[in-house]
Design a protein around this ligand. Structure first.
Ligand code: URA
Length: 234
């Protein structure tokens, strides 16, 4: 398999970004630095490392849907030593979260070892929709909802138009298709609200449905297909 494809399927980065990683001389095959983009590796036999860290051979694509509980980070390591969602999914294949959910956000988290899919799902170009239910600290008015829908000016730019439905006086279901850091909380904060609870119910075609906190399951083949289709990988 071509080295850049090997690295991309192992989840290092997109294939194009992997070319840069190779050119920068950060990749070794069996201990030897390679910078030739046409290098091929044997998936079974060759030992590939990036920045001195082994890149594990992936034998199959794994797609997991986790119901993230409160008080878990979605990063692999946490400098404060907090629990990571990685430890909730105990399987032999290494899977990583697609995007982030805050420590105190609950709900649908997709985890996979499919680097290309991760890259595309995280890319604003594909605009995958994410739906959250936000419990606020006070009642929200129709005017404020309209403001939210039209877009809110944040420090890193105005948010794109989104869907916002009032579920009750202080509870809003919001659907965004961008991935700015802590976007939902910042949108509400800009309008003078504090988000008391944030829960993701939907990610593109995926629904959380009946999974309980901390539970996970493999995606069904039609779900994988729908996800790939959403980012032009079908
Ligand atoms: N927006 C937020 O503010 N936090 C999350 O965890 C996800 C989206």
């Amino acid at each position: 398999m071509r080295l850049n494809k090997y690295l991309a399927t192992a989840g290092v980065a997109s294939r194009r970004s992997c070319d840069e990683v190779i050119k920068e001389g950060r990749v070794t095959v069996n201990g030897n630095t390679v910078s030739d983009l046409s290098t091929f590796v044997d998936v079974e036999l060759d030992k590939v490392e990036v920045d001195g860290r082994p890149v594990h051979v992936k034998t199959k694509d794994v797609y997991i849907l986790l119901h993230k509980p409160l008080n878990y980070v979605t990063t692999v390591k946490d400098e404060k030593g907090r629990d990571s969602v990685i430890d909730l999914v105990r399987i032999s294949d290494r899977v990583f979260p697609v995007g982030r959910l805050d420590y105190d956000t609950t709900g649908l988290l997709l985890m996979t070892n499919d680097g290309e899919l991760t890259f595309r799902l995280s890319h604003p170009k594909f605009g995958v929709e994410k739906t959250y239910v936000a419990v606020l600290n006070k009642k929200i008015t129709e005017q404020e909802l309209i403001h939210l829908r039209k877009g809110v000016v944040l420090i890193d730019g105005k948010t794109a138009p989104c869907k916002a439905i009032k579920l009750s006086k202080e509870v809003v279901q919001i659907t965004i298709h961008e991935g700015k850091n802590k976007q939902v909380k910042r949108m509400f904060r800009k309008l003078g609200f504090k988000v008391r609870e944030l829960h993701r119910t939907q990610y593109g075609p995926l629904h959380l449905a009946k999974l309980k906190y901390g539970q996970w399951r493999n995606l069904r083949p039609p779900e994988v297909q729908a996800l790939k289709k959403a980012v032009g990988l079908d």
